[in-house]
Design a protein around this ligand. Structure first.
Ligand code: ATP
Length: 248
């Protein structure tokens, strides 16, 4: 289980010598249970990606902590193999000089498995994300955007993490590919009982995949809603935000 406990974060505002700071996260607390998908929705600049970086242990909170199975994610050993991520900018999250196989192998290196085992695993993973095994030897520039993002997902699930952070992971894909990727994520969640933290502007996608949604406002949690009660949100701000995000 992932626990975000009273997390705070601020950044320096202005130039290098400025003492002024901008508070980006203000005492944020929530839990994501095993096998749960929790969505994070909020306006641009509300602190969603910053929270994502703290969950991944890429950055440290000023106060509070992020715990995975009771241990602080700041410790690399706690994150390694347990938490992975898929970002919006899939083009820069994959090494252009790596083949698909090399990219997917990266997280598997720590597992000390034989080459043969890893090869078999890669064929399986490609299958799971709906790509033919012949793609093993292709380079990212030979794939479409949707295919590269599938490779990123295959890489993210390769070490069978318990939790995946998806930061706008489907936003730059075609609508038809988005649906395929969402289906895939839903299947993987069911098969591996993975939990997802799903950062998005896409209310429909969140409604499709999430169990609960956190509404973020200026670095704070405005409301946490069970997905089936999305129509009955309490705060006026949430209602307005959700209305602005409905695209049909
Ligand atoms: N490394 C940093 N240094 C200084 N300020 C930062 C840094 N990272 C984020 N910020 C600021 O923190 C605020 C929140 O940014 P963040 O990217 O977390 O928001 P967001 O909700 O993910 O936005 P978006 O939906 O547009 O991606 C912004 O005002 C941003 O400028």
């Amino acid at each position: 289980m992932l626990i975000v406990d009273r997390v705070e974060k601020s950044y320096k505002k202005g130039g290098l010598f400025s003492a002024e700071r901008q508070t980006v996260l203000k005492s944020v607390s929530f839990e994501c249970k095993d096998g749960e998908c929790i969505g994070i929705i909020g306006e641009s600049g509300s602190g969603k990606s910053t929270l994502g970086r703290l969950i991944l242990g890429i950055e440290k909170p000023d106060r509070g902590m992020v715990l995975f199975e009771g241990k602080n994610v700041e410790d690399r050993r706690v994150r390694s193999g347990n938490i992975s991520a898929v970002f919006q900018d899939y083009k820069s999250s994959i090494n252009p000089f790596f083949t698909v196989e090399q990219a997917i192998m990266e997280p598997l290196k720590i597992q000390n498995k034989s080459r043969k085992e890893n090869r078999e695993k890669i064929v399986n993973l490609l299958n799971q994300v709906g790509l033919p095994s012949s793609y093993r030897n292709k380079y990212p520039h030979e794939l479409s955007g949707g295919e590269v993002q599938r490779v990123c997902i295959a890489r993210a699930i390769s070490a069978e993490p318990k939790c995946i952070l998806l930061d706008e992971a489907i936003s730059s894909l075609d609508v038809s590919v988005q649906t395929q990727v969402l289906e895939l994520l839903k299947d993987l969640k069911r098969i591996f009982n993975m939990s997802y933290v799903f950062i998005t502007h896409d209310l429909q996608a969140a409604a499709y995949i999430c169990d609960r949604v956190i509404i973020f406002r200026d670095g704070q949690i405005e409301e946490i809603v069970e997905i089936e009660y999305l129509k009955d949100v309490k705060s006026a701000y949430t209602r307005k935000l959700l209305q602005s995000l409905i695209t049909f």
